[in-house]
Design a binder for this molecule. Structure first.
Ligand SMILES: [Zn+2]
Length: 403
């Protein structure tokens, strides 16, 4: 998720959770009996995320050679899994033509989306696509190294939402708690200077989930009727530029995309990370805005999981000051009338901090959520019709987003 542009900070994190109890049960759902594709593997996720969020990626900022390196990694993974290239010129990449970094510096390398297709097995329906997306860029590195554990201890107490908590000094009571946390961390490892925003959760987790979903679908032989479109967007952190470009210049007909799932920051969400968190915590934005049927299908796929997630729709509320509806890549699809959803397990102390590292990811729950996204996408891809729109398609996809 990209930083808020309006400069306001969220002061309180509401504890309200809107439970979606019973919705799946009372919904008539038509779906083929194809079983959910099984097999998302936590070790596969961990191995790839450790590489993708490594210091050598230097924070993957769009418009730098490090983002090129990150997108090379994704394309190589798609290639090795047998995913069909669906970018420009027969390759996996699509260059964002009008890319300008948000800080007005000149880009030093192209900003690239990575696009692949897993063809559907139905000869007619394979011309329609269920998109699964994430963003490959992050916010780079700083020239002001800080002590890693000191920052984590401070943010645990003073900035529980990382960059989305207001910067301020600790009170004297808080300072005591910071010192106690730091003391316990010092017993585990020595001081370490850190200047690289690894973006393990943001959005290494979504990115590696795309690759893992590709691995499962390509290896299982259980490919759905419609095709799966995998889009790794660049320049999300610069203001949804990669997804905006992709949907304005889509490499498949834009109207053939029947639904979109965006996964951004899906690797944390425990009670120690997010105030309302826990193993079933999931923030869901946009799901029912264009198509209640799409919402019903995703909730039904979730309800079939061994431990279903509890969808928190709080941040989807029209006018919500946090603006999540307008701050994630799903919106680039929604503005074209494509039923789309943003899935996240919430902001935490490491959000847009140098401490967002792969060692803090909760891999078992990350694997459960990746499986749910895969099953929900397969569910939609096997449905006998595309999700019905309840509202007219937006007449102009380029009007400003309204939360
Ligand atoms: Zn993000």
């Amino acid at each position: 998720m990209y930083d808020k542009l309006d400069g306001r900070f969220r002061m309180r994190h509401s504890l309200r959770i809107l439970l979606s109890l019973g919705l799946a049960a009372c919904t008539r759902v038509q779906l083929s009996p194809a079983p959910a594709a099984a097999g998302v593997n936590a070790q596969e996720l961990e191995q790839r995320l450790t590489a993708f969020a490594h210091d050598s990626m230097m924070g993957r900022r769009a418009g730098t050679v490090w983002n090129v390196k990150a997108t090379d990694y994704i394309a190589a993974q798609f290639q090795s899994l047998g995913v069909q290239p669906a970018g420009e010129g027969g390759g996996f990449f699509q260059i964002v033509g009008d890319f300008r970094p948000s800080d007005a510096n000149s880009p030093t390398a192209p900003a690239r989306n990575v696009v692949g297709i897993i063809p559907g097995r139905d000869p007619v329906l394979r011309g329609e696509y269920v998109a699964i997306t994430a963003h490959n860029d992050h916010i780079g590195f700083t020239h002001h190294p800080v002590d890693h554990d000191s920052l984590r201890a401070f943010n645990a107490v003073v900035r529980p939402l990382g960059a989305d908590s207001p910067p301020r000094p600790a009170t004297s009571a808080e300072a005591g708690r910071v010192v106690r946390i730091l003391d316990s961390l010092r017993k585990l490892h020595p001081p370490r200077l850190d200047s690289i925003n690894n973006g393990a959760d943001d959005d290494g987790t979504g990115t590696i989930a795309l690759i893992e979903i590709a691995r499962v679908l390509m290896r299982s032989g259980g490919r759905p009727k419609r095709s799966i479109l995998l889009v790794s967007h660049t320049a999300e952190e610069e203001g949804l530029l990669g997804s905006g470009w992709y949907t304005d210049h889509s490499t498949v007909p834009i109207d053939s995309i029947v639904a979109e799932f965006d996964a951004d920051m899906i690797g944390r969400g425990a009670a120690t990370d997010v105030r309302a968190g826990g193993p079933t915590y999931l923030e869901v934005v946009g799901l029912r805005r264009l198509s209640k049927e799409f919402g019903d299908w995703v909730e039904a796929a979730n309800a079939r999981q061994p431990l279903p997630f509890v969808f928190n729709y709080e941040y989807d509320a029209p006018g919500h000051p946090d603006q999540y509806y307008c701050r994630a890549d799903h919106y680039s699809y929604a503005r074209y009338g494509i039923p789309s959803v943003s899935l996240s397990r919430g902001e935490h102390r490491d959000y847009h901090q140098v401490t967002d590292e792969s060692q803090y990811i909760d891999y078992p729950d990350y694997a459960r959520l990746t499986q749910m996204v895969l099953d929900a996408a397969v569910f939609v891809a096997n449905a006998d019709h595309r999700p019905r729109l309840d509202v007219p398609k937006p007449a102009d996809p380029h009007v400003p987003c309204r939360q």
